[in-house]
Structure formats: structure tokens, C-alpha cells
Design a protein around this ligand. Structure first.
Ligand code: ADP
Ligand code: ADP
Length: 226
């Protein structure tokens, strides 16, 4: 069953630059799709349109059959993790995670329970009281992921979340994210320009070029190509 439907979505910036060109894709419930392609191929713009941070010039995006094309980010059942995590450095880890739940007026006991559960999930149990600046880059990205997950999004959107980390850490985090994604069975779109990353993580890979789909296939099929 497809959860996310992207139908003929385009984004044309002034210039004009056609960043995304009549892009269509159906994503199944629980699937992890990697958007792979060179810099400038429209991956980030597409993801931002799904998350509500960029307005499509035309086209339709639905989640569970509901048209969300023009809904603001906070009204969508999506959670986005950016390349630069943008955590609130004046708040400790717990407060970073609790913030969105407080806005939703959840009772304090439930907030505490959900924050602790998600910290455990990302391997940071007991880190709630730490200052964000005391954490390593990898730990900060785990907090950024946790901050999205704690709101229990239907769809997780990851925009090159490990790009600023070294190779070794990237490989570790990629395994962790894949593991978490499978445990939660959360539908996920993952933007990367690294073929190895896409091959290691994806159920399906969408290869993008010039705002369009060049190829969509399972990783083992894409890898077998000459
Ligand atoms: P990718 O994520 O694959 O690197 P982007 O989605 O960032 O690609 O960019 C696709 C194209 O759209 C590029 O030519 C880029 O310069 C252009 N672009 C992206 N954002 C903007 C913007 N806010 N204003 C104008 N052009 C943009
Ligand atoms: P990415 O790493 O995803 O390719 P970039 O580093 O190209 O993103 O862009 C970072 C930010 O600048 C994004 O918000 C993007 O929308 C914006 N941007 C990218 N290209 C342009 C452009 N040609 N004109 C204006 N803004 C742009």
C-alpha cells in the first residue's frame, strides 16, 4: 500500500531554474527510498517540498490519500532531519526533544516517557541532561534524528544527515538509522549523493538527474548494471 504519492511535482526557481521537473513517485508503507544523484539534481528541493519547506510550482503530494501539497510543515505527518542539525544549543538534550511535545501540550509525564524512549532508541540513554555543545558531531546528529522521531512522524525525511561526518562514523550511523527504520517500520526518504550509502540502506533507489527520475530500482539491480 502506498503511503506517499508524489504526482508530477515541479519546482521552478527564478532564473528560471527547473530544480524538479514533473517528478512522480509512489512510496510504500515502511519503505526506505534513497534519492541518489549528483549535486544540483533536485534531491534536496524535492525533499523540502515533501516536508513543506518549499512550495511546489505545480503538482500534487498526498499522504494516506490526503492532499498536503500546500500545508505548512507543522501540519504534515512528516519529520525532517537536515544536513546541519540546527539543534538549540542553549537547551540541553532533553529540552531539545521535549520542545515539540510541549507545543502539543502533552502532559509532562508522557513527555518524559517519550523523550527517554527515543533517547534509548538512538543509543543516547542517560544523555538528557547534557548540553548539546558537549556532544560529538555523531551524537548531535543522533539527537537531531531523535527530535524528529519523538513527534512520531508518519514519514521521515533525511537530507544528507551524515554529510559533515567522517567516513567511519557515517558508516556506523547509516547502520543505526537502517536498524531504527526497520524497528519502527517508518516510511523514510533519504537524500544522498553517495552511491555506497544508497546501496547499503535502501529498499529502492531513485536515481535523479536534472530534476527527473533517471532510474528507479532495488539496490541489487542497480548495482548489477554495467
Ligand atoms: P541537490 O539537492 O540534488 O544538490 P538542489 O535541490 O539543492 O539539488 O538544487 C537543484 C537546483 O535548484 C540547483 O540548480 C540549485 O542551484 C537550484 N536551487 C535550489 N534551491 C534554490 C533556491 N532557493 N533558489 C534558486 N535556485 C535554487
Ligand atoms: P544541497 O547541499 O542540498 O545541495 P545547497 O548547499 O546547494 O544544498 O543549498 C543550501 C541552501 O541554499 C538551500 O536552502 C537551497 O535551497 C539554497 N540554494 C541552493 N542553490 C541556490 C541558488 N542557486 N540560489 C539561491 N538559493 C539556493
Amino acid at each position: 500500500m502506498s503511503v506517499l504519492k508524489i504526482s508530477e511535482v515541479s519546482k521552478i526557481f527564478a532564473g528560471p531554474t527547473v530544480a524538479v521537473d514533473k517528478f512522480s513517485l509512489d512510496v510504500a508503507d515502511g519503505e526506505l527510498v534513497c534519492l541518489l544523484g549528483p549535486s544540483g539534481s533536485g534531491k534536496s528541493t524535492l525533499l523540502r517540498m515533501i516536508g513543506g519547506f518549499e512550495r511546489p510550482t505545480s503538482g500534487l503530494i498526498t499522504i494516506d490519500g490526503e492532499d498536503i501539497t500546500h500545508q505548512p510543515p507543522e501540519k504534515r505527518p512528516t519529520g525532517m532531519v537536515f544536513q546541519s542539525h540546527a539543534l538549540w544549543t542553549h537547551m540541553n538534550v532533553f529540552k531539545n526533544l521535549a520542545f515539540g511535545l510541549k507545543l502539543r501540550r502533552l502532559p509532562a509525564s508522557e513527555i518524559k516517557q517519550r523523550v527517554e524512549a527515543v533517547l534509548e532508541l538512538v543509543g543516547l540513554a542517560g544523555y538528557g541532561g547534557r548540553g548539546v555543545n558537549q556532544l560529538s558531531g555523531g551524537q548531535q546528529q543522533r539527537v537531531a534524528l531523535a527530535r524528529s522521531l519523538v513527534l512520531e512522524p508518519k514519514i521521515l525525511l533525511l537530507d544528507e544527515p551524515f554529510a559533515s561526518l567522517d567516513q567511519h562514523l557515517r558508516e556506523r550511523l547509516r547502520e543505526e538509522v537502517r536498524d531504527i527504520q526497520q524497528r519502527l517500520k517508518i516510511t523514510t526518504l533519504f537524500v544522498t549523493h553517495g552511491q555506497d550509502e544508497a546501496l547499503a540502506m535502501a529498499d529502492r533507489i531513485v536515481v535523479m538527474r536534472d530534476g527527473r527520475t533517471e532510474q528507479v530500482d532495488r539496490p541489487d539491480i542497480i548495482y548489477r548494471e554495467p
